[in-house]
Ligand binder design. Structure first.
Ligand code: G3P
Length: 215
């Protein structure tokens, strides 16, 4: 399973990318609003750090506006993927962009039927928001499992990005469901490395090694 970072924070992206296990980045208008600087500059910087898909979201609500924004955004860097909201106009834009050879990530997916429509329209990626479904009392991962089954039944090439991940268990469950990608806030990514037994094990190995050195 590929791991993307769900952030526009350059320091966090640089730090995580230096570990060699980051395959891409997703942003959205909220994540961009938390950082200083121009949208296009932030996206360009991210693309220069991470050699993989970098999602940048459109804000138009009509198909023509989305396509126009997409055409400009893809000029920033070859890594740019266009995030399109799951609406009727969005689905039209997915189809048009797919015909133009522009890669897309259909966002704000909350049901498997929405994911089916996005795949039929030629989306490169879909992003089911599992944490927000969990917050609303549903089991977000159930939607991911349904999407994986649907896509396998019909051999859709659209890749599933598990989004709105809240904790490391979401990563385990996504990998067990066979999700192609999970996108993680830096805080969740950081937690993947940690286990108290690992820290305790290192401490005791080093303490014992001191005894060997002092022989
Ligand atoms: O990339 C969008 C998605 O991951 C949003 O997550 O935490 O705002 O529900 P969140």
């Amino acid at each position: 399973m590929k791991i993307f970072l769900d952030t526009a924070n350059i320091e966090h992206i640089r730090e995580a990318a230096s570990l060699g296990v980051v395959d891409g980045v997703t942003t959205n208008p909220t994540l961009i609003s938390r950082e200083e600087g121009e949208f296009e500059d932030i996206v360009r910087q991210i693309c220069e750090i991470v050699d993989g898909p970098v999602s940048a979201e459109v804000v138009s609500l009509d198909c023509a506006g989305m396509v126009e924004e997409a055409k400009k955004l893809v000029q920033i860097h070859e890594n740019v993927v266009i995030k399109i909201p799951m609406t009727r106009e969005g689905v039209k834009a997915l189809k048009e962009l797919s015909e133009l050879g522009i890669r897309t990530n259909c966002t704000l997916i909350f049901s498997s039927n929405q994911a089916l429509l996005a795949a039929k329209a030629g989306a490169t990626f879909v992003s089911p928001f599992i944490g927000r479904l969990d917050d609303a009392g549903q089991t977000g991962m159930d939607v991911v499992r349904e999407i994986m089954d649907m896509y396998e039944n019909y051999a859709f090439e659209t890749e599933v990005i598990v989004a709105s991940a809240r904790h490391p268990q979401h990563v385990v469950e996504s990998a067990l469901a066979g999700a192609d990608i999970i996108t993680l806030p830096f805080s969740v990514f950081d937690k993947l490395f940690k286990h108290p037994f690992t820290d305790r094990g290192i401490d005791s190995f080093l303490a014992d090694w001191e005894k060997v050195k002092n022989r």
